[in-house]
Design a protein around this ligand. Sequence first.
Ligand code: C2E
Ligand code: MG
Ligand code: MG
Length: 641
Amino acid sequence: MLEKIKKWTGLEKRNPYINEYFERSNLRASIYMAIIVVVLEGWMLKELTDIVLKYHSTVEKMRDPYWLFTHYGRYGWLFLMGVIILIYTGFYFSGKKVNRVLGHVLIWVFALSCILFGIYVGYHDYEDGEQILTFLTMTTFTLCLLVWRPIISFSISALSFGGFYYLINHHLEVSRATRFNLLTMWIGTLTVAVSIYFQRYIEAKKDENLEIVNKHLRYISDYDELTGLHNLRYFTIHIHKKIKEINAEGKEAAVLYLDIENFKSYNDRYGFGEGDVLLKKFATIIKEKMDEESVARFSDDHFLIMTEFDEGKKITEELSKALRELSPNVRLELKAGAYVIDKEDEDISRACDYARVACNETKRRFDVSFFVFDEKLGNDMKRKQYIINNIDKAIENEHIKVYYQPIMDSRLGIMCGMEALARWDDPDLGLLPPYQFIPVLEEYHEIGKLDKEIMRQVCRDIAESKGTALERVPVSINFSRIDFDLYDVPAVLLETAKRYNVNCDMLHVEITESALNGDMEGLKATMDVIRREGYTQWLDDFGSGYSSLNVLKDYKFDVLKIDMVFLKGFDTNPETKTVIESIVNLAKTLNMKTLTEGVETKEMYEFLKSIGCDMCQGYYFGKPETHQRIFERIQKKEIDV
Ligand code: C2E
Ligand code: MG
Ligand code: MG
């Protein structure tokens, strides 16, 4: 209740922003009032002077000096006040330093002068039987142009209307109608004044909220909210100054890209909230160590520092030590990539990107935590970019080609299948082997495009070989793990086979062992669909690194492709043979057929045949070649089908 009363009377405490808003709007209104007053009173002063001069030039009796004094005094005072107010507001709005208290005093004196002037002139006009317009105009101006708290509006208006009424009633007879008119005028003026106050109050509040939002927006356009460090946008725009400073000292500048390794484990163990706390603490350490203008948060647990190149490694080590101290239980380590800035107007986003690539390089090398971007990385990056930018064009122009490598039935020594292997026949770069583009396409999740194209070309080639020796030779197609996340593999496979009228027993699906990590259930379900549609599934590259016998237990494969690493020590290491033999036997007990890759010699072939390995594939029988070449070799009886 008390709060409501305070609000309606305008006694509540207002915050500095709102007070300032009122102050500004009152000063603005004072300008209008002051201009009107200066013009009007200036004109009155001129009229008065004209009268004086006229009386001088004639012989008529001069006006009473008291009359002259009071008139000059009144007009002069108001004129002077108007001019002072204009000067003060001029200073205020041009942003000069002003005395606020003086401003308040001036407005009050000005307002009260106007009202007193109104009462005085109004009273005399009334006395002379004239209208009381001066009184009404002056009070309306002061009460409605300027904004007062309701309680002040009430007090000023009550005093002026009351005082005026008292004056005229005391000296002259006031009619009922005049009394009534005065009362309604008072109420009217007061209502307008109070409603203007509340309207202005709401505007001020809105303005304040807008200002708060704007302030926040200004903040987040330059700062990272979590850590309080500058953000990437700010860094890329303002960091050139720092580069110039470093160069001016005759040193080389470098941007460092920092990455907290193992931060995910920290989050997993303590939750995201604690993860954020750690990032904040670490940001504070970076800020304290470096100059605030030369650091920024890139994203997540990645930070940027612009520093002298020679200091880079030391800074990384020191920050890494501080980081380890922050997290005694989960081992965190700082990895950094550096890019040396060789020109002052370097494109900073690109430089950061290069530093990031250099940082990623440290992840491939366990013993390295600081890596400098070099020419080789630069070329790698260009190649990656080339591949990503040109994969669509390469597919469209059939620069992507399928090569086929024969798969031999060990026992019969004839070709029982072929593996489809992708080649990129680039007009500028020549024939690219898969290791140059497949990992890139996988990294950028574009591998689906390639594998769909390979499926299409394989089905087309099978369709075209109807009625030839290759008619009944099935083809195995390689799939990446990423394929299964990117699109519905069984659906696309079925759709493509149907389009070219290819039977399911003509296609095998090869999945590499490394693909079997991750979402096991999802992959299993997809593989079940593929099996139900009648396609056999081959486990590729068994033993190439990720080997785990669990894979054989968890998934069902028809053929086990033994990786060529096993044949590496064939001539020198006698254990090789024992290992391969055990794998073949193991596969047999699991009801799987076996194929050994990388068969390069007759001895290897003879051995594999002798231990019962079902199929062989390798340079001994043939390198991957075009469909046409394979066909020619069959015709020349170099291979039997
Ligand atoms: P992979 O599926 O294990 O294919 C066998 C690789 O071994 C082929 O390499 C083949 O040329 C090579 N090779 C075959 N016999 C011998 C031999 O006797 N000695 C030696 N040293 N190498 C032999 P390529 O064609 O360079 O393919 C490399 C890998 O790229 C493939 O390994 C496969 O994982 C992947 N790949 C190839 N084409 C495709 C494709 O269309 N899609 C996907 N997702 N991956 C593909
Ligand atoms: Mg393969
Ligand atoms: Mg393989």
